[in-house]
Design a protein around this ligand. Structure first.
Ligand code: NDP
Length: 433
């Protein structure tokens, strides 16, 4: 812990994990100790760090740092997204990679845990600059990945455009037309419903979580943070399920729309224009735009954080609870601080932790891998119904795991326990490697 002190997000993720899987560890203490299982679990199999030089539109050379953390391959090839954001450093990628191990395990599909990215800031860059960066990034990354080795995908700052540039460069260097990346465009191996998967999956999860607690999602209101891939498709599915969404946000401000967020306007601003939320008011004069953060101050039944880590702290949790929030389900990775999570538990709020609630994205990525392997494309309905089945299963599995270890209703514990048991079993079976 001391040596990792400069990686607070990684420590936070490991602490949350260890605190909640304690009953399993206690039950198997001697065996795990002898096998150094927890030490092996918390040290990545491999960390790759590399230089990413590229030339901007003024002819100036820029340099960023690239990362790929291949954390655990016990149950399948490494799988996890690439994040492009100025806040990226090794501690962020390690926290995301660690979480990814258990998330991927929970999907029930054969995928190990990994994550990567760079401190490159895509904001304000031209398409050509994005392309040159992606090509340079892949010129090094290609030697470490492959359809059966490590299959990256998107995350913050990496969408269809970036995946396209990365894929083109991989293909050019290796000569291989293979499923080495997921989130690809539909014309070159992408899967229908992958774009929607994380957001849709979050709502399928939330619906089922409420259902097992005898509550109906229909007619509820929700506050959503973020305005990216996860937030947009969470809002879309929320409307389909009869939930009214009152807010969304980006890193500069947030919107409150008393009539419900206008999804078409949001898509146009974010997906087509790649603009800021300040524009939203032009579409909806009745809405309010505020600088800074504040979506958690709006009263609603559901809170769905879909932006980034640690965006919901204890103060926010108190406000949400005072406003009568029923459930909090995490679309982003680790959006709630440890204190906020504890508070929700204490107050009896149904809490869907990220590694379970947002697993629909990676699950559908694994379905994209299946389609690439058999060189077939499934219909939207086929993928979407598989996604829904996976999310419903996750809810039941984490509920059962929590109950089995005396933590009834603690879905964060249930998710960690269920995800961990499968990985631990596979690691032990494969010997000390
Ligand atoms: P996008 O880049 O599409 O969108 C991210 C959104 O969050 C944007 O609105 C962005 O605002 C906002 N945001 C990012 N960083 C910050 C910050 N530091 N402070 C405030 N707001 C911020 O990313 P995704 O929607 O793909 O990812 C969102 C979250 O969901 C991440 O935690 C990601 O790890 C997680 N996730 C994503 C999956 C996927 O399939 N895409 C799968 C599982 C989890 P702005 O535009 O101003 O930067």
């Amino acid at each position: 812990a001391e040596k990792n002190a400069a990686q607070p997000e990684f420590l936070q993720a490991v602490k949350e994990f260890l605190d909640t899987v304690r009953p399993v560890i206690e039950k198997n203490e001697e065996k795990y100790k002898k096998l150094a299982l927890l030490e092996r679990l918390t040290i990545p199999e491999r960390i790759i760090t590399f230089r990413v030089p590229w030339v901007d539109d003024n002819g100036q050379v820029q340099v960023n740092t690239g990362y790929r953390v291949q954390f655990n391959s016990a149950i399948g090839p490494y799988k996890g997204g690439l994040r492009l954001h100025p806040s990226v450093y090794l501690g962020i990628i390690k926290f995301l990679g660690f979480e990814q191990i258990f998330k991927n395990s929970l999907t029930g599909l054969p995928i190990g845990g990994g994550k990567g990215g760079s401190d490159f800031d895509p904001k304000g860059k031209s398409d050509n600059e994005i392309m040159r960066f992606c090509q340079s990034f892949m010129s090094e990354l290609y030697r470490h990945i492959g359809a059966d080795t490590d299959v990256p995908a998107g995350d913050i700052g990496v969408g269809a455009r970036e995946i396209g540039f990365l894929y083109g460069q991989y293909k050019k260097i290796t000569g291989l037309y293979e499923g080495v990346l997921t989130g690809k465009g539909l014309t070159y191996g992408g899967s229908l419903a992958r774009t929607q998967a994380t957001g849709y999956g979050l709502l399928y999860f939330t619906e089922e979580l409420l259902k097992i607690n005898n509550k109906d999602i229909k007619g509820m209101t929700a506050v959503v943070s973020g305005a990216g891939n996860v937030a947009i498709y969470a809002i879309e599915k929320a409307y389909e399920l009869g939930v009214k969404v009152l807010t969304c946000s980006d890193s500069t401000g947030w919107v409150y729309d008393p009539d419900g967020i206008d999804l078409e306007a949001l898509k146009e601003i974010k997906e087509v224009k790649r603009a800021r939320l300040t524009e939203y008011k032009n579409y909806r004069p009745n809405s309010e735009y505020h600088e800074g953060r504040g979506v958690w101050t709006v009263k609603a039944d559901l809170a769905l954080p879909c932006a980034t880590q640690n965006e919901l702290d204890l103060e926010d949790a108190k406000t949400l609870v005072a406003n009568g929030v029923v459930a909090v389900c995490e679309g982003a990775n680790m959006p709630s601080t440890l204190e906020a999570t504890e508070y929700f538990k204490e107050k009896g709020v149904y809490f869907g932790p990220a590694k379970a609630a947002n697993a629909g994205g990676v699950a559908t990525s694994a379905l994209e891998m299946s389609q690439n392997s058999e060189r077939l494309s499934w219909t939207f309905e086929e993928v979407d119904s598989k996604l829904k089945g996976i999310m419903v299963n996750i809810v039941h599995n984490i509920d059962a795991a929590a109950k089995e270890y005396g933590k009834d209703g603690d879905y964060a514990a249930g998710a960690n326990i269920a995800g961990f048991l499968k990985v631990a079993d596979a690691m032990i079976a494969q010997g000390v490697v």
